[in-house]
Design a protein around this ligand. Structure first.
Ligand SMILES: *[C@@H]1O[C@H](CO)[C@@H](O)[C@H](O)[C@H]1NC(C)=O
Length: 251
């Protein structure tokens, strides 16, 4: 009995030792490859993940895409974390550095079997600026389509999206939709179309709500565009042709 038990033990120990010590070695494979573009705000900073597996476990390092040289940590500006991710802490406008915040990086994973490099990661750390959004008044004849535009300053245009519009004084929120049945139509480039406006709509006004994609900050337009409906009514054909345009857009 005893010898039987010992034999089992020996077999079990041998087996588990072989699992640990004599597994096949494997070159690294990315389990998380970083994205090819990372844009972030100086107020948020960014963490760019990179992870790989292999046997033995690979070492993760980051390099400049341009010349392949390894990057160094710069206190307060750039840091490679123990988990392999590249971190850019929030930074002050005066600490912005093109060679750190506007450049290309690459993640490298290596072990004794081999080494692999990720795609290039184009990094852009943007200093957030205060911005003001405006909507102007719109004069339209009855029966026509009013087009209100959300004016975003050029320097923020690429980071800001128009989320919704708010009608005053009703407080009604107009969310993006391309539903044909609706009187309202919003477009992603920041216009609100109100079709078949009636004289009674005069002095309704509209504000747009924008969101900074980098910071999540939401800014409502400082001004509301008023609808002023007056003049000769539009002929019916022009409304039909507007609908045709929309139908074509939807195809
Ligand atoms: C980012 O830059 C803006 C504009 O200069 C500044 O107001 C803000 O404090 C900065 N953020 C940090 C975390 O320093």
């Amino acid at each position: 009995m005893v010898s039987h038990f010992t034999l089992h033990l020996v077999v079990a120990v041998t087996f588990s030792v072989s699992l640990v010590c004599c597994q096949d070695r494997k070159g690294p494979i990315f389990t998380i490859e970083p994205p090819n573009r990372v844009e972030f705000s100086n107020t948020t900073g960014a963490v760019i993940p990179c992870a790989a597996e292999g046997v033995p476990p690979p070492t993760i390092r980051w390099a400049h895409a341009l010349d392949g040289s390894y990057i160094s940590d710069i206190p307060g500006l750039r840091h490679v974390r123990p988990d392999g991710s590249l971190m850019f802490p929030p930074f002050r406008a005066e600490d912005q550095r093109p060679d750190v915040h506007t450049t290309d990086y690459r993640c490298l994973a290596s072990n004794s079997v081999g080494a692999i490099g990720s795609r290039d990661v184009r990094v852009k750390g943007v200093v957030s600026q205060h911005y003001v959004v405006e909507v102007y008044d719109e004069f339209v004849p009855p029966g026509s389509t009013a087009v209100l535009r959300c004016h975003i300053p050029g320097f923020m245009e690429e980071h800001v999206t128009v989320m919704a519009w708010r009608e005053e004084p009703s407080g009604k929120i107009i969310q993006p939709s391309t539903s044909l049945g609706s009187r309202f139509l919003t477009f992603p480039w920041g216009t609100l179309h109100i079709r078949n406006v009636e004289t009674s709509f005069s002095h309704r006004s509209y504000k747009c709500q924008t969101r900074n994609r980098l910071t999540g900050e939401i800014v409502e337009s400082a001004t509301a565009g008023r609808l002023i409906v007056s003049g000769m009514p539009m002929r019916r054909e022009s409304i039909d042709s507007w609908e045709t345009v929309i139908i074509q857009l939807r195809k």
